[in-house]
Ligand binder design. Structure first.
Ligand code: ADP
Ligand code: MG
Length: 824
């Protein structure tokens, strides 16, 4: 058997068995000693070098710690993986092995040598697709990852874990940042504390074992201006790789050691390698996974970029590319990984970001066209004066904004095309009544309406308020339509009654949780589906709701305002209306942060409010580990407050583990002021409506997101009394938290959402991960200019060519794009 193959088997076995040096009798050191003595001399130049790469990292294995062993094995297997693949490619050809496997420049090839000390990057030679692949073809982009040259057997599963299935996916493993190591500092000018890159010759290098097991490698490097030492730890093989007289580029931090500058564990690059990778250039930094180090990753990526990036077909139609003024695709990918300079990197990035946004735009704009132009909708017209007449029964006047939004809804529902509209409005802006009116209109036409809420508590509350509204609004000659509640807790006979009523059409509207989209829920004819608080649901759930009917109208409401950029992208297939006005008479909620030592002050404030007849919420800190722990903590806090702080008041406890009926009882008691202080976990977050509650105290406020804090705050200030939001924390550092500062200073949920987007990025805010929405790799949803440009160009292209008939490559790319997005 081939010695490389034997080594591979042994090393894999060793890795599998947990790096305990049990794979070969006598230990790995002994085995390698033998390989060196017996096998090595029989090999030719190229194989010898490969084997050297494999055993080099394993030097001192038997004495190394388990953790170091793991690293060592990874490096060795990595080298072996490359060696084996190269070999296979070589074996398939009759001759010429040496030229293919040698990493050294051949005679006559330009030697890369930056002028020392002049602070410039070396000129790079553009590389053609790797010589190891027989012939470059576009289909190679779909090569399974374990067949990609440079990817070892050990590496493939790790890459797969990162979602890399094929060669083309590898190209999309973009660096998350770049480091500037492109200019060289003359050694004499190095100063302690700075990150620097030097170019010099190794005068001397040696490895020593110190203090038992630590191996220290020390090198002296010199250029024309002076010399410096560099040290590495536990990398004994370095003194075999970096030899005396070799020219090297080193990058790292300059530190003072015994009063003299020294480079500690710098990244290194031998100048004889055919392209500078880790130093002497702008260097990409990648996300790593266990067992893949930065150097290995970079080497792999460089190879992949050289081999595969040139194969990428530019799917952007010529005129789009020209108008957007973006770099060609292959070039952009190459430059974004291994840039020739900062401007090139930025250009590459801009092109890749543009692509993501453009593909999203094309998708949502097409979906919208398809939806609106080809699907017949149900025309649910409101006769003139209907809205006026109906809303006259309300105990309040609609705000101008509510009216405006209702105009949008009525126009949509009467148009004969299916409505697909999102209504956003701050907490307390009155979205429920708007949704209820739309539902009532459907009922007037004998169509059914569904409203899906994210929690049982909310569904139950909506059920109560919408039933009451229907009773008020129906009036006159119309009977109030029958409304039913359907949640997980509606069981047995009651459930059957609801299901039968929905199927027969005797129930006009059902309000519930996700129980509404389960199988077995059939409707006579669905006219309108309302999704309350969309951001809590996945896209699939909204569309399952839609599928309960034939092209029903869809209304989505959210109190988490969609920033404009998201409205243009992820939500780009929706029409958006905004309730941007609060009902009259609402006072701003006074919001204040209380430090750990101010807690007694906070409690006495709550006490005074309750004595004046008001009520308070106290929210317990978020515990992400488990709901059970959260419930336990809330229960303990409730007991503490009840016994020690507010023994004379009536306290209640609300958490997610209560049965629906118990929750309901607690909420009813709170609504009736039989509970004065409600201690709760975050289940109270959305929609609860108790106008007499004036204090919202949030414990561990720094653990909550901005949107959530704002939602909590929205639970108070719903009545005539001045209301307060108190942010409490045991952590003094919380005071510096920018979210708490923002919520203290800002009342508007819209402004807070914009701030949140800036602070956190859109992912968490909209739960893109949970909802299966897209995760962007390069583009930023804060880049309004590029978003608008992509929108403009996408919509222009679709005007000219609605079905993209002239751009088959773009169509193809759309498929792979969304496939990739789903995978991640
Ligand atoms: P949200 O938009 O947060 O869902 P709701 O629909 O729950 O808000 O409304 C909050 C409160 O404001 C409810 O008590 C509702 O009856 C009341 N409300 C809604 N519209 C008006 C209005 N135009 N004038 C006064 N009160 C209103
Ligand atoms: Mg609401």
């Amino acid at each position: 058997m081939n010695v490389l193959e034997t080594a591979r088997k042994i090393l894999l076995l060793e890795q599998r068995e947990g790096c305990r040096d049990r794979a070969v009798v006598g230990g790995l050191d002994g085995f390698l000693e033998q390989v060196r003595a017996v096998a090595l001399p029989t090999l030719d130049e190229a194989d010898r070098r490969q084997l050297g790469d494999v055993i080099g990292p394993l030097e001192g294995y038997s004495r190394a710690s388990q953790r170091d062993r793991r690293e060592m094995l990874d490096s060795a297997l990595h080298a072996l993986g490359e060696a084996l693949v190269d070999r296979r490619a070589v074996d398939a050809r009759p001759a010429g092995r040496d030229t293919l496997t040698s990493p050294l420049p051949q005679a006559g090839e330009e030697k890369l040598r930056p002028p020392a000390g002049e602070g410039t990057a070396p000129k790079r030679v553009k590389k053609l697709p790797s010589a190891t692949s027989t012939r470059a073809m576009a289909s190679d982009l779909d090569l399974p990852i374990d067949q990609v040259p440079g990817v070892s057997a050990a590496m493939a599963p790790k890459l797969k874990k990162l979602g890399v299935e094929r060669a083309r996916d590898l190209l999309e493993m973009y660096p998350f940042r770049h480091m500037d190591r492109s200019s060289f500092t003359p050694i004499a000018e190095l100063s302690a504390g700075e990150e620097a890159t030097i170019l010099g010759t190794i005068w001397d290098i040696r490895s020593e074992r110190r203090r038992g097991r630590m191996v220290t490698t020390t090198a002296v490097i010199a250029d024309k201006s002076g010399s410096i030492t560099a040290t590495w730890f536990n990398q004994p093989y370095l003194s075999k790789t970096l030899r005396q007289h070799a020219e090297v580029v080193l990058s790292g931090k300059v530190e003072l050691f015994r009063g003299r500058p020294q480079l500690r564990a710098p990244d290194w690059e031998l100048l004889t390698e055919d392209d500078l990778l880790h130093t002497g250039r702008i260097v990409p930094v990648y996300h790593l996974t266990e067992g893949l180090n930065q150097r290995g990753m970079r080497r792999l990526m460089k190879r992949a970029v050289d081999s595969f990036a040139p194969l990428l077909e530019d799917f952007l139609p010529e005129e789009v590319r020209r108008e957007a003024n973006v770099m060609a695709l292959s070039e952009a990918v190459a430059q974004y990984h291994f840039p020739d300079g900062w401007p090139a990197r930025d250009q590459g990035q801009r092109r890749l970001a543009f692509d993501e946004l453009f593909l999203i735009q094309i998708t949502v704009l097409r979906r919208r066209r398809l939806w609106q132009e080809t699907q017949p909708g149900i025309a649910l017209k409101a006769e003139p004066g209907w809205l006026e007449q109906t809303t006259r029964q309300l105990p309040f006047e609609l705000t101008g904004a509510q009216r405006k939004v209702l105009d949008d809804l009525l126009a949509d529902m009467g148009s004969g095309r299916p409505m697909n509209r999102l209504v956003q409005g701050d907490v307390g802006s009155g979205k429920t009544v708007v949704a209820a009116l739309a539902m009532l209109l459907a009922a007037r036409h004998n169509y059914q309406a569904l409203l899906m809420a994210p929690t049982e508590i909310l569904a139950e509350q909506h059920f109560r308020s919408i039933s009451a509204l229907f009773d008020q609004l129906a009036g006159g000659p119309f009977q109030a339509p029958r409304v039913a509640l359907l949640t997980g807790s509606v069981k047995g006979k009651a459930r059957k009654e609801v299901l039968d009523g929905l199927k027969a059409g005797t129930i006009a509207a059902a309000i519930g949780t996700q129980a509404l989209i389960q199988e077995g829920v059939e409707l006579q004819q669905l006219g309108l589906a309302v999704v309350d608080e969309q951001h809590r649901f996945g896209v699939e759930q909204s569309s399952s709701l839609r599928q309960k009917g034939i092209n029903p109208h869809v209304l989505i409401t959210t109190a988490t305002p969609i920033p404009r950029t998201l409205g243009l992208t992820i939500y780009g297939d929706l029409d958006i209306s905004t309730i941007d006005e609060m009902p009259a008479g609402r006072q701003p909620i006074k919001t204040k942060w209380f430090g750990p030592e101010e807690r007694p002050k906070a409690y006495s404030f709550i006490r005074r409010q309750v004595q004046e007849g008001r009520q308070a919420f106290i929210i317990c800190p978020l515990i992400e580990e488990s709901e059970k722990m959260e419930v336990r903590a809330a229960t303990a806090e409730y007991e503490r407050l009840r016994r020690l702080i507010f023994p004379d008041f009536k306290l209640g406890l609300l958490h997610g583990r209560l049965k629906s009926r118990e929750k309901d009882e607690v909420m009813q008691a709170f609504a009736g002021n039989d509970i004065q202080i409600l201690v709760s976990t975050s289940v109270v977050e959305v929609g609860i409506d108790v106008p007499n509650a004036t204090v919202m105290a949030i414990e561990g406020a720094e653990r909550f997101g901005l949107a959530q804090l704002h939602q909590f705050r929205g639970r108070v200030g719903r009545g005539e009394h001045q209301s307060y939001c108190m942010l409490l924390s045991d952590s003094p550092a919380a005071e510096l938290n920018p979210r708490l500062k923002a919520i203290e200073e800002t009342q508007s949920g819209f402004k807070l959402a914009e701030i949140d987007l800036e602070l956190r990025g859109p992912g968490e805010l909209f739960g893109t991960r949970q909802s299966g929405l897209l995760e962007l790799k390069v583009a930023k949803l804060t880049d309004v200019d590029l978003i608008e440009e992509s929108r403009r160009l996408a919509s222009g292209l679709l005007e000219r060519d609605p079905n993209l008939d002239a751009s088959p490559q773009l169509r193809e790319r759309l498929t792979t794009f969304w496939r990739g997005a789903e995978a991640s």
